[in-house]
Design a protein around this ligand. Structure first.
Ligand code: TXA
Ligand code: MG
Length: 326
């Protein structure tokens, strides 16, 4: 029996295993069954989950204790595994050919039928994707047989882990298995390059430099972090999902014409979690908002959601969705 995000709170010690054929196969099995696995990449250790499984992705946010849903990076074993997940243009193909595998993440438009969880990309129409340059990372992704969403394997606000022991110290029993591949070679997170915009935009500096990118792109990437007006935190650079319809929070009444997004035992158009389970609610949040954002309705009313645990991240996103548009 292995433990995932739903494990006993008494389990505080993570299982650290050296990377061998059998632990890689086990990691693949756990991922396919919706469990969390920490694994080495060339940059930092990642906290992985099946990127196509909303519940598994919700478990990442729960384990990290993030106060909001930052979009996650989806990892693939081979460049051709991107097809079907994101739309590639000529610029993307050129930088992939030059820098993959390696510490370069590309933000690209999601395909219409992308199987990747909307929660992984925090409801956005774009997806961050990368092919890590670490044999253990790629072997685990291949063993899972699906794309793997993985933020750095630390609690929110803590430094990124470059040793298996760091992961154990930060996440403890919140992760079922930590695969130990020794120290990470690069030690800082990947460069994040947004190619969903007309001008290539550097969202986060990292192992691949702006100069290297310029040489391949034929133009320097725009660097919003050098702009004094721009937000300082890379996570804040990602815009967020906003429905077209007005959103009304903490709704205790259901007005005619409105769609009601419920939580807990109640009548609703769609219910995030009839059982009142915040992880289930997080898993459903973006997919349900999109289904209700429909001209059959005049607005979306959202039932009150407790501010505890993942509820803080759910309410953060709902408040942004309800904020007046500029
Ligand atoms: O080196 C790395 O990239 C590590 C290893 C594990 O691969 N992963 C990592 O993930 O650093 P994370 O979740 O800690 O950082 C993801 C970054 C954030 O700054 C996030 O805002 C940005 O990527 N990002 C993800 N999806 C995005 C999107 N659709 N649009 C804009 N930014 C996005
Ligand atoms: Mg991080």
């Amino acid at each position: 029996m292995f433990y995932g995000a739903g494990m006993s709170p008494l389990q505080t010690h993570a299982r650290i295993e050296p990377a061998t054929d059998s632990t890689i196969a086990l990691a693949g099995d756990l991922l396919r069954h919706g469990q969390l696995v920490a694994f080495p990449t060339e940059t930092v250790y990642g906290l992985g989950a099946d990127a196509t499984d909303d519940r598994a992705v919700a478990a990442i946010y729960a384990a990290k204790g993030r106060p909001s849903f930052n979009p996650l990076i989806v990892h693939v074993a081979d460049a051709q595994d991107c097809a079907g997940l994101v739309r590639l243009d000529d610029r993307a193909r050129r930088v992939m050919a030059r820098f993959w595998p390696g510490p370069l993440t590309l933000v690209l438009p999601r395909t219409d039928n992308s199987p990747v969880s909307l929660l992984a990309s925090a409801g956005l129409d774009t997806l961050a994707i990368r092919m890590p340059d670490h044999p253990v990372a790629r072997a685990i992704i291949r063993a899972a047989g699906r794309p793997v969403a993985a933020p750095s394997a630390n609690r929110s606000g803590a430094v990124s882990p470059t040793l298996a022991e760091h992961v154990a110290e930060s996440l403890g029993g919140r992760v079922g298995l930590i695969v130990d591949g020794g120290p990470c070679r690069v030690g800082v997170e990947s460069t994040v390059l947004d190619l969903s915009t007309p001008r290539p935009t550097l969202l986060r500096p990292g192992g691949v430099t702006a100069e290297q990118l310029e040489a391949v792109l034929g133009e320097p990437p725009v660097c919003p972090h050098q702009d004094a007006q721009a937000p300082k935190s890379p996570g804040m650079l990602a815009s967020h999902y906003a429905p077209g319809l007005p959103v009304r929070l903490d709704a205790v009444t259901w007005q005619p014409g409105e769609a009601l997004l419920g939580f807990g035992a109640m009548d609703a158009t769609l219910n995030l979690s009839p059982a009142g389970d915040l992880e289930e609610a997080a898993a459903n949040l973006f997919a349900f908002l999109r289904r209700l954002d429909d001209s059959r309705f005049t607005g979306i009313a959202v039932a009150p959601i407790p501010e505890t645990g993942l509820g803080a991240a759910i309410n953060d996103r709902l408040r942004r969705a309800a904020a007046p548009r500029s």
